[in-house]
Each structure stands twice: as structure tokens, then as C-alpha cells.
Design a protein around this ligand. Structure first.
Ligand code: PHE
Ligand code: FE
Length: 296
């Protein structure tokens, strides 16, 4: 299978973990909720509770509120039940997938307001770090914000933009946009500097690092700057880009990217740790909430 081969090359370990034998043409499978073991539900609960403790003062308030409404703390959630909640809020649904899926399939799901969630959960020894996205990352990190209308519309537009970019050699630029927003985005709102990216919010280490460490750069979001910037897949990010609102993200990505792709193809990419002359580097944020928590 050519698809699976290219997916394997994309995945860090060179091997994919999921069982693709039962997937349909859209790579959708049954969640088969009954096959999760009690040990897996218990691991889920531990992952959830560790991460939940870290959210106050660090995660965007809309993320915290949306997560609570999904009521997924005690057991691995049933995708069908979550889809009912999302459907009412924004018209999104979840679909179960074996793991990573080809770009065109991924974009196709997003364009139809379906979010693909990996069915398998990491092993206990992967509690703190996992190479390939698993159920915990996909669900805890990505699903809550699907109930925010502006974010939901943005992600659908991204899916449509992905299908379009495939014919324009735009995928590298679009992938960087996704990485620095949906996966590792920060937001500066009336509460202060907060995380909304799924890769941050599902990580016990990076959720602290991205806000509190003086090492990474935190630069106000600028579309073409982001699309030029390389990223790391093997360590905490060297740079985070900061939006002011999901409306800003939606509006800044609405223009036709066709001429932007053509322009960027003429420019060298920027290393992940670049700070350009004149760029703002926002200071680390130590809110009262997490100072108190860190002392406890
Ligand atoms: N506006 C982009 C285009 O014309 C599509 C897009 C929207 C991409 C939102 C990413 C996010 O291709
Ligand atoms: Fe992700």
C-alpha cells in the first residue's frame, strides 16, 4: 500500500501502530468501546487527571470550559456520545481511525466537519511521552475546542484549504500553520497568555514549559512568518506563535493562499529558533494560579 508506506515514513518510529486492516476508504473504523480494558480506563483516568490539574492559569478558558462539558474524566469516552454533544454545539462529529491517515483523507474529514480520533491508547510506560498521536492526544488535546463556533469554522476551512493546497504545492506551508496553531498555539487574551494547541494541552511537560520557560520565543502570530518557519518534532518547540483571538486566526487565514504559496516558494524557510529584527518576544508568564499550584 503506497499510502501506508508514506505514512510510515512520516511517523517518527518508521512503523505505524494501528490496525488498518478493518479501515474503510476514509480510514474509518468502529471504536469498539467494549474492547477497552479496565486497565486502559484507569490509565485514561490517570492521564486525564494529571493533565486537568495543570490547566488552570495555563489553558485558554474556553478550552477548560469545553472539556468539562464533555464529561470524559472517569472513563475513555464513547465517540458516539461525544459526537451528539458536538453536533448540537457546532455540527462536528468524531470518527474513529486506526492512527495517522493520509493527508487527503485527513483534509476530507475536516472539510466535512468530522474529526478523526485514534482508537488506541498509549502504554503505561508512555505516560509522559509518545511519538505517534494516540487517543489521549487526539481527544483531550483536539476535541474540546470543536465545540467553539469560531474554532470549529476555522478547522473546517483548514480542511478545505488542505485539499486545495495539494494541487498548489502548498502542503509544507499549511503543515507549518497547523503545527504552530492547532498543535502548539498560544493565545493572549484578557486572562493573559494561555495555551490552546493540542500538542501542548495533552503534554504534561510542554504545558508548563511553553508559558514559564525563558528558553523559547513567543512571537505574535503573523501568517506568512509562521508558514516560513520550520518546526521540531522531537522536542519542545523553540518558538510559539501567539494569537489574540480565534476570530483573528479565522480572519487572517481567510484570504486566498494561492499567491502566498507562490511567494513563499521563492524564500528560504526560517530555522525554528529565529527571531527576526523588530519582532516582539513575549516574556514568560507566571500567573498567580500556577505559582500557587507549583508551590503546593
Ligand atoms: N484561505 C486558505 C486558502 O485559500 C484556506 C485556509 C483556511 C487554510 C484556513 C488554512 C486555514 O487556501
Ligand atoms: Fe494532534
Amino acid at each position: 500500500e503506497a499510502f501506508l508506506q508514506s505514512l510510515k515514513e512520516k511517523s517518527a518510529g518508521g512503523e505505524l501502530r494501528g490496525d488498518y486492516s478493518r479501515a474503510d476508504a476514509q480510514y474509518v473504523v468502529e471504536q469498539d468501546w467494549d474492547s477497552y480494558t479496565e486497565a486502559q480506563h484507569a490509565l485514561w483516568r490517570r492521564l486525564y487527571q494529571r493533565q486537568e490539574r495543570l490547566l488552570p492559569g495555563r489553558a485558554a478558558r474556553v478550552f477548560i470550559d469545553s472539556l468539562a462539558r464533555l464529561d470524559a474524566r472517569e472513563r475513555i469516552p464513547r465517540f458516539d456520545q461525544i459526537s451528539e454533544i458536538l453536533q448540537r454545539a457546532t455540527g462536528w462529529r468524531l470518527v474513529a481511525v486506526p492512527g495517522l491517515v493520509p493527508d487527503a483523507v485527513f483534509f476530507g474529514h475536516l472539510a466535512e466537519r468530522r474529526f478523526p480520533v485514534t482508537v488506541w491508547l498509549r502504554k503505561p510506560e508512555e505516560f509522559d511521552y509518545i511519538v505517534e498521536p494516540d487517543l489521549f492526544h487526539d481527544f483531550f488535546g483536539h476535541v474540546p475546542l470543536l465545540s467553539n463556533p469560531t474554532f470549529a469554522d476555522h478547522l473546517q476551512a483548514y480542511g478545505r484549504g488542505g485539499l486545495k493546497a495539494m494541487g498548489l504545492d502548498g502542503l509544507p506551508y499549511l503543515a507549518r500553520l497547523y503545527w504552530y496553531t492547532i498543535e502548539f498555539g498560544l493565545i493572549q487574551d484578557s486572562d493573559g497568555l494561555r495555551a490552546y494547541g493540542a500538542g501542548i494541552l495533552s503534554s504534561g511537560g510542554e504545558i508548563v514549559h511553553c508559558l514559564s520557560s525563558d528558553k523559547p520565543r513567543r512571537i505574535p502570530f503573523e501568517l506568512e512568518r509562521v508558514m516560513r518557519t520550520l518546526y521540531r518534532i522531537d522536542d519542545y518547540q523553540d518558538t510559539y506563535f501567539v494569537i489574540r483571538s480565534f476570530e483573528q486566526l479565522f480572519e487572517d487565514t481567510t484570504p486566498d493562499f494561492t499567491p502566498i504559496y507562490a511567494r513563499l516558494a521563492q524564500l528560504p524557510p526560517l530555522p525554528a529558533d529565529t527571531l527576526l529584527p523588530g519582532e516582539t518576544n513575549l516574556p514568560a508568564e507566571k500567573s498567580a494560579a500556577h505559582q500557587a499550584q507549583d508551590r503546593a
